[in-house]
Design a protein around this ligand. Structure first.
Ligand code: SAM
Length: 249
């Protein structure tokens, strides 16, 4: 293991060079405001601008840590239009922190377009690691963590059936994000397409009503049907075994 002692240097917004700024991809809490690194707070305090998926949500975090910074919105519907504006600012030497509503930017959240543009323009990009809901769910699941596939949200309509058929043969542990409105439907489809499999439902991680339900999909469904679905969910599904099983590319 090698740990750098040059923490101060690594968050110096001028690190990227004299002329261009640096884009920092900063992970933020997925519920508990205390789940943020010292380095993330240091970066958020020292950049010129914070690009946030939801400026009101990010303000709650910044206020909690008495950080005051100019903010710009950067979300899925304005990212194509916003990216060139942010790249111009970076080219002029400004340093920018990109944060999403929760967790790690770029993980089922905007970041990809600006990262691509910064790569193309030779602008330095620095990751500031921290929470991602799927990692927390996976490590408490009790299912194999040595090999897994992160699928994010399943397609809503087009391609959903094909994806479920493909995933039914996947041998690695499968990780999905799901909304409270669809969690029962998705678990029902997992039972239909995959058969009886062990699943883990991780709800409201790091929050007051954190809950982990483990077991065969039928019994998990039975348990979840007893109460109203609320909050945020990660679904972890045991990989396939047997003749038709394979790693899905
Ligand atoms: N960027 C985030 C990350 O790093 O995990 C994910 C953003 S995605 C738009 C939101 C989804 O992540 C939710 O619908 C849910 O599936 C999952 N999620 C986020 N926070 C969660 C939490 N505290 N507990 C369980 N799932 C969570």
């Amino acid at each position: 293991m090698s740990l750098s002692k040059d923490i101060d240097d690594s968050v110096d917004p001028s690190k990227g060079g004299d002329l261009v700024g640096t884009l920092y991809l900063v992970a933020t809490p997925i519920g508990n405001l205390e789940d943020i690194t010292h380095r993330a707070l240091k970066v958020l305090s020292s950049v010129d601008l914070i690009a946030a998926e939801d400026t009101r949500k990010t303000k709650i975090l910044l206020d909690h840590y008495t950080i005051s910074k100019p903010m710009l919105s950067y979300f899925s519907y304005n990212e194509r239009h916003r990216t060139p504006q942010l790249v111009e600012k970076l080219k002029k030497g400004q340093s920018i922190a990109l944060v999403s509503d929760a967790g790690t930017p770029g993980i089922s959240d905007p970041a990809y377009h600006i990262v691509q543009s910064c790569v193309a323009a030779g602008i330095p990009i620095v990751p500031i690691p921290g929470p991602a809901a799927f990692i927390s769910a996976l490590i408490v699941s009790g299912l194999p963590t040595d090999r897994f596939v992160f699928e994010g949200f399943l397609p809503l309509k087009k391609g959903r059936k094909t994806k479920l058929e493909l995933l039914s043969r996947e041998t690695r542990t499968i990780v999905l994000y799901e909304s409270p409105h669809r969690v029962l439907r998705t678990l029902g489809e997992i039972r239909s397409f995959f058969g009886e499999r062990n699943v883990v439902v991780a709800r409201e991680l790091t929050k007051k009503f954190e809950e982990i339900v483990r077991g065969p999909v039928s019994s998990v469904l039975e348990e979840l049907c007893r109460k109203q679905a609320r909050g945020e969910y990660v679904l972890i599904v045991e990989g396939a075994s047997g003749a038709s099983a394979h790693v899905v590319e």
